[in-house]
Design a protein around this ligand. Sequence first.
Ligand code: PRE
Length: 361
Amino acid sequence: MTEDLGNLRNSIDEIDTRIVGLLRDRAAIAARVGDYKKARALPFHVVSREREILDRITELESAPFPKESIRTIFREILSACLSLEEPVVISYMGPPATYTHQAALKHFGHSLKHVPAATVREVFRAVESGEALYGVVPIENSTEGMVNNTLDTLVESDLRICGEIILPIHHCLLTRATSAKEIRTVYAHPQALAQCRIYLSNALPDASTGETTSNTKAVEMALEDPHSAAIAGEMAAEVYNIPIFSRHIEDFPDNQTRFLVIGTIDPGKTRKDQTSIMVSILDRVGALSEILSLIATEGINLTRLESRPSRKKAWDYIFFMDIEGHQADENIRQLLTKLQTLCPYVRILGSYPLQDKPSQT
Ligand SMILES: O=C(O)C(=O)C[C@]1(C(=O)O)C=C[C@@H](O)C=C1
């Protein structure tokens, strides 16, 4: 029997109607949950519950529908339902269409209000003042390393880390020029320029480079001058309506950036968490190795160790550590108690859901 296209499309229309009906029912219940929470002054955004929902629906059989798409769709459903309970503002390091903006949208969905801030410090200020519930700032790139400014701002602030976002970064060359030889200058944020060195020297050996405060600023320069190009993401090309000359121009294809979600809300314990701590150590032989062996003795996996000058005394350092697990776990509680006796200063920056590293796309 041959398929009838009209019948197939009618079936899809019926299913779509059912999906919308179910979303309407879900939204009505979420609004009731919102009223319940309002009456009891409970937090509206519950990270651990969202994580539970996302993990559960990912385990449901959806084939041939891709699992990753199920998660993306549900991320948007949760975002829309939360926005019915409470208008939530997210401050991100702007301007719009940067990778940080993309990271914030991926993590919180499009239904929350995403507001750009000019600097990392401004993002922290927006959250500290209560203008925003959360802030999103870049912390580390897999090719270029730590964003020191974010680490330093974290040290000075009382805000906690509520989550992390890992985004694969694929740079594009954006320009109004139609051939490589027309391009005289390539503008970008220093991090993006550094991540595309090989491409630039091979494809545009005669072009000079110009550093900008953001890739979006670079796009504005490239829009003004047809002899200029900018390095930025695909989202910037869409938002600013500038042609993409070349895609995937990053030197290392597995280029990822990690962002932090900062705020005051405790995300709660989930199935797989990570704890970030900051310690200062005594200036004596073996002090750091003693801490590392404590971590090993408790059977804890140390996934990141960074040092930064304390900015209080010359050659005095603070150490940032990420360990697998939640601060409520027995072995981490033991470790923290021992660290308090060993280190002059210990601060828990937060326990939050561990993000899976995205596979190369
Ligand atoms: O379960 C809740 O606490 C809700 O508010 C409902 C809901 C949802 O849409 O499922 C919405 C927002 C929360 O962040 C978590 C879940």
